[in-house]
Each structure stands twice: as structure tokens, then as C-alpha cells.
Design a protein around this ligand. Sequence first.
Ligand SMILES: Cc1cc2nc3c(=O)[nH]c(=O)nc-3n(C[C@H](O)[C@H](O)[C@H](O)COP(=O)(O)OP(=O)(O)OC[C@H]3O[C@@H](n4cnc5c(N)ncnc54)[C@H](O)[C@@H]3O)c2cc1C
Length: 380
Amino acid sequence: MRRTIYTAEHESFREAFRAFLDREAVPNVEKWEQAGTPDRDFIVKAAENGYVGFEFDPRHGGLGIDDFRYNAVMTEEVVASGMAGDTFSMQNDIIVPYFRDFATDEQRDRWLPDFTSGRAVTALGMTEPGAGSDLAGITTSGRLDGDHLVVNGQKTFITSGATCDLAIVLVRTGERDGRGTTFVVAEHGTPGFERGRAMHKIGRKAQDTAELFFTDCRIPVANIVGEPGRGLSTAIRNLPRERLSIAVSGVASARHAIDLALQHTRDREAFGARLADLQAVRIALAEMHTDTLVLQSYVDRCVEALNQGDLRADEAAGAKYQATELQWTVLDRVLQLFGGYGYMEEYPIARMWRDARIQRIYGGANEVMKDLVGRTLVGS
Ligand SMILES: Cc1cc2nc3c(=O)[nH]c(=O)nc-3n(C[C@H](O)[C@H](O)[C@H](O)COP(=O)(O)OP(=O)(O)OC[C@H]3O[C@@H](n4cnc5c(N)ncnc54)[C@H](O)[C@@H]3O)c2cc1C
């Protein structure tokens, strides 16, 4: 079925971005997996080509493009390249709205030129060892002292945490009453702010994930992003976009896996015929293909709704859990169709499978997403 959300401009953008990834990313994926992070050079090159922070105003180095379809195209191509890096989704899909919608002009002048040139890699630090799904329970504190916040505490599982130059961090500045949390930007090099080492993960190895430590770290109040005391409200405003980004990658990953399965089952022979000639295999392919097509339409519709400014939190949560559950089911079935080869690192399906597991956990665990949808339905 032909998808209708993209125009010719999106498709030519896709071709250019795909060529960029083929040239600059695909040959290096193995190296980045060993290093645990992509090269900074790669991010700078991506930025030079307009792939980082393109939504920002041209005076800050952006292209002034406010159309999430371009973000979706990039996500789909990153998935198809086998890169499984989170650089673009983190910078473009997740961080951008914090600066675009909540930073002051002075802050944008200060940080965005480095962001859009790839000189500043950013991270978003919300999760703590004692508070993940229940973010209202964070304890990293930000005590006001003159014109500084004195920050103490620890964040964990932070994407780009080991390499970030700027971390947007959620800290407790008041009671647990909806008015007690604040986002503040910690700059690498500020005394009392330490980035941890990259954590050992079972997948997404080309992307660093780390702890952040704060010990009497004095951060100017000029670095507060959004309304003080309303950090969680700011996060809640941005989470539907983050969850949609995960949904886009989930469906793209399922589609790519089905393409791999088609190729493999046409090539591989067993019992005197192609695997694809076995009816059980064809039924598996048909189910995966149709389920993915159906979900693609819903996710495309969510992208349009986001562009129109009316994507609801429950709609994005539904897209996130449905797409990542489908992704997991499809990838596992496709790996099965590859037999023992699917378990070998050199086969792309193996890496896709282990990289996919986290999708049902981060951005809000799928159980939490279902609860959000359910509470919206019953009005609680
Ligand atoms: C690779 C990776 C990258 C990440 N990147 C970031 C990042 O950049 N920034 C950041 O701030 N965080 C990040 N995270 C953290 C991630 O968002 C959290 O791990 C996630 O929100 C779950 O929190 P938790 O791990 O504390 O699990 P918990 O909150 O302890 O939950 C554990 C499990 O309990 C169940 N559960 C919890 N609450 C409910 C509920 N209400 N109803 C039903 N079941 C429930 C779910 O099954 C859940 O998976 C990352 C994590 C990983 C692994």
C-alpha cells in the first residue's frame, strides 16, 4: 500500500540522507560498537549537512524546518542502515523541543550554534537509580543559593551520558506536589558535574549510556530551562513526541526485518524447495506484513497529528507500546526464519533483535503506556 504522508521533497531528502549514511555510517558501525559511541567527527559531518537541529532558526544554524516527517524519514533510514544509533533521535526528536519551546532567547544564542554545528552533544537526564517510571520520585536536589542552584544527586541510563557537553537535567527544587521539579542545563566542565563511564548493555552498543553525578555542583539559575518548579509539566509536554519517535523506529525496524526475511526465505532451500514455498513460512510472512502495514497507517496518522499540534498523550502512548510490541514479535519471528544464521553476529537480524529489546522499556515502559491509555479512557 502506498504511504501518503511523504511528498517528493521528503523522498529526495531521504535519498540524500541514505547516501550520507551509506558513506559515513555504515562502514563504521562495527568500529562504533567496539568504541561504544559514534565518532564525534560523524556528528560534526552530519551537522554540516543540516541533519542536526534543522528545526531551529537559521540564525542559530538550523534550517527553520518544522515538519516531523523529516525526523521520521531520518529515523526510518537510520533503522534501514543497521546503525541503531540514537544520536539523531536524541538530538532532533527528543532534545530540540526543550530548547525550541522552553529556552529563553539568551539561552538559544548561547547553546544552539554549538548544537547545530555538532560541537555540543546533548543528553536528557531524568531517570535516577531510585526513580524511572515514577519520575515524581526523583531526589537529585537543586537548592537555590543566590543566583545558582546547588545540585546534588545522580542520574542513570542517560543516552550520550558519557560524551555529552550539555545535559538537561531534572532536579527537585520543591515538594512532591507537581510544582517541585525544574530542568536545568549542566555544562561539561562545571565543577561537581561528572559523567560516568559507558554502561555495558546487551544492545545498542554503538551508543553510550551512562550515569551522571552531581556533587555540590553550582549551576547558574540562568541555565534553568522552562518554568522553575514545573519540570514535570515540561517533560509531559514533550513526551508524546519522544514516544512517537520510538514508534516510528519500531515500525521501520519491523518493515526492514520483513524485507530481510523475504530475501532469506526466497534464497534458502530446505526439503527440496525454497523456505518461502512452505505454507507455514508464507503465513508467517503474511501475518507480519499485514500487521505492520496496519500499524504503519496509525503511526503515519500520529505523525500528521503531531505536525498539526493535536497528537494526544494517550495516542502517542498507544503508538509507542503497539509499535514496539509488534517490532519485538516480528524481529523474533524473523530471527527464527533465519535459523542458526539468525543467531550469528554477522547477520543484521541478530543485531536488530538485541537492539530492539530496550524499545519496550525506555521512553516509558509499555505497561505504563497502557495504564496511561486506560486512565485516559476511564477519566482517572
Ligand atoms: C539504553 C537506555 C537508554 C535510556 N536513555 C535514557 C535517557 O536518555 N534519559 C533518561 O532520563 N532515561 C533514560 N533511560 C531510562 C528509561 O527511560 C527507564 O529505564 C524507564 O523509564 C524505566 O524505568 P526503570 O528502569 O527505573 O524501571 P522501573 O520504573 O523500576 O520499572 C520496572 C518495570 O516495572 C513495571 N512497571 C513500572 N511502573 C508500572 C506501572 N505503573 N504499571 C505497570 N507496570 C509498571 C514495568 O514493567 C517496568 O519495565 C534509558 C534506559 C536505557 C536502558
